[in-house]
Design a protein around this ligand. Structure first.
Ligand SMILES: *Cc1c(COP(=O)(O)O)cnc(C)c1O
Length: 459
């Protein structure tokens, strides 16, 4: 069970089917255009959506809003230094600011960044820096039904080949995303991280962590990697940071706060270049786009997030939802991670071909049936689309991500979600496909507008 009780509550909107149909049509059938007042259970993201603890609220009250040298910054700095061992800690307002600053300082246009899988904003920032974002997930990741415990791993053989190829001198950076958000929330093993770090060191390429879910990755290591079963999640997280030359982190996830991030760097010269960009574009080095109270809430959140009782309860809530969904006959990406479950929409809706976006279709059905907001991770998110919005290359899988905000929803909320999914799974053929009617060139899924091929009938 959860190792906390609830002290402050917030009503959730209960809507009618007509209201949801109208809202979704107005939103151009894009979940990002809905208003929160139209959503009953919001599983769009676990980013910035966590519930604060009493200790975090108390920490906010002592936030020091001094421009330079705020004591809040030093508390933030000390907690992160203890966790990461990096000599340079740069606060930023969220993860993508860390990406932009690091890439502007480190990458040369025309060069290459390699990752187990780039997260979508990471990929966009690599491309905006004029570089290629190359994903080398391990071969086991392709089999989304298989039990392999560390599908977040990078393909070490492919990485070695890339670092020995004629293009090798163009590889400016290797990024290990823990957990691998773009790859189904799957963890990276410590063995894979160690081997990657060794390869990178041998070839003189810096390795950075994209550490948005460092604590959840550490928890999964305690559960799945025998060598670490007696270590605490905190010890494992410390060992992971130790292996890297630095990290970019969104603290909207495992910082259990609404806003924040940081860039951690070992190299003095690189840190100086990043500091100049930080000051010019985010803020002075002791606040970097954050308020003093944010820095204090983050320092406290980072202390709470590695508590094994918290991590166990969170992992088990996700596993409970996964079990309900599986019992309803809906396949999900295996094995189950922590921050989300991923429904296999392609398999549930065989009558909707990839060019009609089955993941998006299921996501819309979840909203229309139950007011549940989710996000498509299939061909709309990752496929290639031409100027007319027609699908040219489909994604490998048509998935829907149900992200679980931290400490927000109870077991009965998750049981409601399981029930709505079970209702849809009884009549999947009633779910229509969609076409894109407006499509921006990058980060398409945030801004595209779509329409259904026919209106779906209520179940
Ligand atoms: C959320 C996330 C980011 C981007 O962070 P923001 O705080 O949303 O800007 C980068 N990488 C990963 C793996 C993430 O999950």
């Amino acid at each position: 069970m959860e190792a906390y009780r609830i002290k402050v509550v917030e009503p959730i909107p209960i809507t009618g089917r007509d209201q949801r149909e109208e809202a979704l049509a107005r939103a151009g059938y894009n979940m990002f255009n809905l208003r929160s007042g139209e959503v009953t259970i919001d599983l769009l993201t676990d980013s910035g959506t966590g519930a604060l603890s009493v200790a975090q609220q108390a920490a906010a009250a002592i936030g020091d809003e001094t421009y330079a040298g705020s004591t809040s910054f030093y508390r933030f700095h000390d907690v992160i230094t203890d966790l990461t061992s990096y000599p340079h800690i740069l606060p930023v307002h969220q993860g993508r600011a860390a990406e932009r600053i690091l890439f502007s300082a480190l990458l040369e246009p025309g060069h290459i960044v390699i990752s187990n899988t780039h997260f979508d904003t990471t990929r966009a920032n690599v491309q905006l820096a004029g570089c290629e974002a190359r994903d080398l997930p391990c071969p086991e990741a392709k089999d989304i039904d298989g039990p392999y415990p560390f599908k977040g791993n990078i393909d070490l053989a492919a990485l070695e080949e890339a670092l020995k190829s004629p293009d090798a001198d163009k590889v400016d950076l290797v990024i290990m995303t823990i957990t691998n958000n773009g790859g189904g929330g799957q963890p990276v093993s410590m063995a894979n991280l160690k081997a990657t770090a060794a390869l990178c060191r041998r070839h003189g390429v810096p390795m950075f962590l994209d550490a948005a879910r460092f604590a959840e990755n550490a928890w999964l290591v305690t559960q799945r990697e025998a060598e670490y079963k007696n270590n605490t999640p905190r010890e494992i997280a410390q060992a992971a940071f130790e292996l890297a030359d630095g990290c970019m982190a969104s603290l909207k996830k495992d910082g259990i706060s609404h806003m924040g991030g940081f860039l951690g760097i070992r190299d003095d010269d690189l840190a100086n270049r990043c500091l100049n960009l930080l000051t010019a574009t985010e803020g002075f080095r002791t606040y970097g786009g954050l308020a003093g109270r944010d820095l204090d809430m983050l320092a406290q959140g980072l202390a709470e997030v590695t508590d094994p009782r918290y991590l166990r309860a969170r992992a088990e809530a996700t596993a409970h939802l996964a079990e309900l969904v599986t019992l309803a006959g809906v396949d999900i990406v295996q094995p189950v991670g922590i921050h989300a479950i991923y429904l296999n929409a392609g398999r549930l809706l065989p009558h909707v071909p990839p060019e009609r976006f089955p993941g998006h279709a299921l996501s819309c059905a979840l909203y229309l049936e139950g007011g549940i907001r989710t996000v498509e991770m299939g061909s709309l998110f990752a496929g290639e689309v031409d100027e007319q919005g027609r699908l040219v290359t489909p994604a490998a899988h048509e998935l829907v991500r149900l992200a679980i905000p931290r400490r927000v929803y109870t077991k009965s909320h998750l049981e409601y979600v399981g029930q709505v999914i079970a209702d849809i799974a009884k009549y999947p053929e009633r779910v229509p496909g969609y076409r894109v009617i407006e499509s921006p060139p990058i980060l398409r899924h945030f801004n595209a507008r779509l329409e259904p091929f026919s209106t779906s009938a209520p179940l």
